[in-house]
Design a protein around this ligand. Structure first.
Ligand SMILES: [Zn+2]
Length: 245
């Protein structure tokens, strides 16, 4: 039988296809498409899990809120999906409907048009008043990283999952300056780098910083114009940091 890590990585590969397709359809009337996709995937998953686990397949049908993969996407979702357990973490199949429809964000109105001042005004009012949907972002890991990661290494499966959790915990912001983190300019730091492999990748030991701040806390100088609040945060994290020499 395929090992659970490979299955978990396969599920994440499927998830990237599901979310990719959902992104594609989100600008159109998509709830029917989402429903169709989710149903077909559920049926296929049901047959696959029955085949693998027999009558025990029900143990693999769990609320999405319990999943470790894509915690931001799945948080507070109580409806069930199929999942595998790997190292005490549940990795499950996502659902297309979770992707926010862009169309639903606006109350379209026949009079809303770019060709009249009244039409433009209606659009502006609608846009301003809209409630922004929760940030729906792709996970930080690549599925290939899940396939190739080694169990007893620093960048283990646990690391990728917990790093994602820490990112979600901090709402994608730098622990020091509070700026929104951007790809390529963010860094996940293990605060105590001297811990054993089984403890080093726990969520409380992981923190996200922007490139500027990580440079400072790992030995750079604090810029003279730094305000006192940021300065004390920088010093606190600098003192907390234990790097393996
Ligand atoms: Zn920062």
């Amino acid at each position: 039988m395929t090992n659970t890590k490979t299955m978990a990585a396969q599920i994440e590969r499927i998830n990237s296809i599901i979310t990719g397709a959902a992104e594609y359809y989100k600008v159109a009337i998509c709830s029917n498409t989402y429903g169709y996709m989710d149903n077909r995937i559920k049926q296929t998953a049901y047959r696959t899990f029955r085949k693998i686990y027999g009558k025990k397949y029900k143990k693999h049908h769990i609320p999405m809120a319990k999943l470790s993969n894509r915690p931001q996407r799945h948080e507070n979702r109580q409806d069930k999906t199929f999942a595998v357990e790997h190292n005490e973490k549940w990795i499950g199949i996502t659902k297309a409907y979770i992707t926010h429809s862009q169309r639903d964000k606006f109350n379209y109105n026949q009079k809303m048009t770019p060709y009249s001042s009244e039409g433009r005004q209606l659009y502006i009012i609608e846009k301003k008043g809209r409630k922004l949907p929760a940030l729906d972002r792709p996970p930080i890991y690549e599925d290939v990283e899940l396939f190739t990661c080694e169990e007893k290494s620093l960048n283990s499966f646990e690391y990728y999952m917990n790093r994602e959790y820490a990112y979600n915990r901090d709402r994608g912001r730098c622990k020091i300056c509070g700026e929104n983190l951007r790809p390529k300019f963010r860094h996940c730091q293990r605060l105590d780098g001297t811990l054993q492999l089984d403890k080093i990748n726990r969520v409380p030991n992981l923190a996200w910083f922007c490139y500027n701040c990580i440079k400072i806390i790992t030995g750079g100088e604090i810029p003279p114009n730094t305000n006192s609040k940021m300065k004390s945060k920088t010093e606190r994290y600098g003192a907390k940091l234990k790097v393996l020499n």
